[in-house]
Design a protein around this ligand. Structure first.
Ligand SMILES: Nc1ncnc2c1ncn2[C@@H]1O[C@H](COP(=O)(O)OP(=O)(O)OP(=O)(O)O)[C@@H](O)[C@H]1O
Ligand SMILES: [Mg+2]
Length: 150
């Protein structure tokens, strides 16, 4: 089991729905470590770079417009197998398929507005963290001897 960093975005609309605390609480309760977090409004250009892999797909233009439509919160989250753990916490992409108990299953009614982004591979995590954070903005920390926390 490897310690990993992953990249998460609390997407636009979550602030308006007053659900930031709910999403952050689920990440914390799982024992993951929040090592960077900020509140920004993404430019169209940044959204296009973040979601470049989807260029040309039917949902791409709407996704870029939505992601740049209001404030969002990029985060760096660390922990054991953090990439797959965070994807499982988020749940399925499609709002109707996302299982109850997951962030999307419990909180998302519309696929485009599916509450969180979470990196899907170590390569994506590394690329996305560098896209949103400078090295000085990362704050690695450990639980020391407090193993019971996680
Ligand atoms: N069929 C669709 N209709 C509308 N929006 C979609 C659709 N498919 C994907 N999206 C939007 O594009 C985002 C990126 O799609 P992707 O296939 O990468 O899913 P994901 O990896 O679960 O999500 P994310 O990359 O945001 O973590 C989705 O989270 C969703 O907001
Ligand atoms: Mg994705």
């Amino acid at each position: 089991m490897a310690q990993q960093q992953t990249f998460v975005i609390i997407k636009p609309g979550v602030l308006q729905r007053r659900l930031v605390g709910e999403v952050v609480a689920r990440i914390e309760r799982k024992g993951l470590r929040i090592e960077a977090m900020k509140l920004i409004t993404m430019s169209r250009e940044l959204c296009e770079r973040q979601y470049a892999e989807h260029k040309g797909k039917p949902f791409y233009d709407g996704l870029v417009a939505f992601m740049s439509s209001g404030p969002s919160m990029p985060m760096v989250v660390s922990g054991e197998e953090a990439i797959s753990t965070m994807r499982k916490l988020a749940g399925a992409t499609n709002a109707a398929d996302a299982e109850p108990g997951t962030i999307r299953g419990d909180l998302a009614g519309v696929t485009q507005k599916n509450i969180v982004h979470a990196s899907d591979s170590p390569e994506s995590a590394e690329r996305e963290i560098a896209l949103f954070f400078s090295p000085e903005e990362l704050n690695p920390w450990s639980d020391g001897n407090h193993d019971w926390i996680v």
